[in-house]
Ligand binder design. Sequence first.
Ligand code: SF4
Length: 345
Amino acid sequence: MPAEHHPLLEVENLKVYFPIRAGWLGRVHGHVKAVDGVSFTIHKGETLGLVGESGSGKTTTGRSILRAIPPTEGRVTFHVNGQAVDVTGLRGRELRNFRRHMQMIFQDPYSSLNPRMTVRDIIAEPLVANGMVRNKREVDERVRETAALCQLSLEHLRRFPHAFSGGQRQRIGIARALVANPEFIVCDETVSALDVSIQAEILNLLMDLQEQLGVTYLFIAHDLSVVAHISDRVAVMYLGQIVELAPTKSLFYTPKHPYTEALLSAIPEVDPDQTMRHIPLEGEIPNPANPPAGCRFHTRCPYVADICRSQVPAWQEVAPEHFVACHFAEELTLTGVGGPQNASA
Ligand code: SF4
């Protein structure tokens, strides 16, 4: 992350509710609260990791920031060209024009590329859709430049997606996201479908591109070891809310939320001298249409006390830039990577 912190994106109290309809008339009987009051800031040139189990709301958060899913409530402010733009307030042509500033790299490199289009046309799509080029020569120039950045050759541009391996297809997806020169990219489980050796290649490519272009990432993943590799800070989501947010090292070595501790304990050990106690997460993530009262994690938390069942824990800063929502954040000695809170973070 750059030494100076300038906000690029501010998310305030973001909510995304999906109606539950039933009966002949399709009456609304309730709402699935996929994202329920999420707030955070992403600084220019940084990578914020967003982790949590499947169903925690992380993908919906990313898509809602990009306006691929309309938010129910809240505000997303994007700082671009010296101006603060309320993305949630954009409509029609304004929104279409603004999309070039924010792009997405999808999880599945197999299904996210149109098999009938050449790689050149796939990469060119955002330029054409956003009316950013005047003629074919400009398109070709920009596509070639971006392909080279992503280590794709001129020969690759003439081929169709089926001729490529998973890692190469993901390079095509990255080139398509970068071609319009966006300031912000949501990487949604971008390496999850790839072999481990290819994952490292793609992560290194994303980091190189960030260094060269200054692009900012929201990196969504369920695999914490992947997130640790690329993120400057990490936010942990549970049942539609952020429960902990901290600089990566601080979160991994000195977690302050029991859910983070449980997620960390599930990372496979690479160092046989550093064995970590596995903390099983009992049961399923509760129904987001009817989340538990008090602390939402109380039905699965090994440290639950009476207060947790009735009172929502406050969001508090327990160390510099380390925020958590747990009644016992100051009292509990949780186990991070390398043992119980014994590393200097
Ligand atoms: Fe566990 Fe209580 Fe903390 Fe929630 S508030 S994480 S239930 S100890």
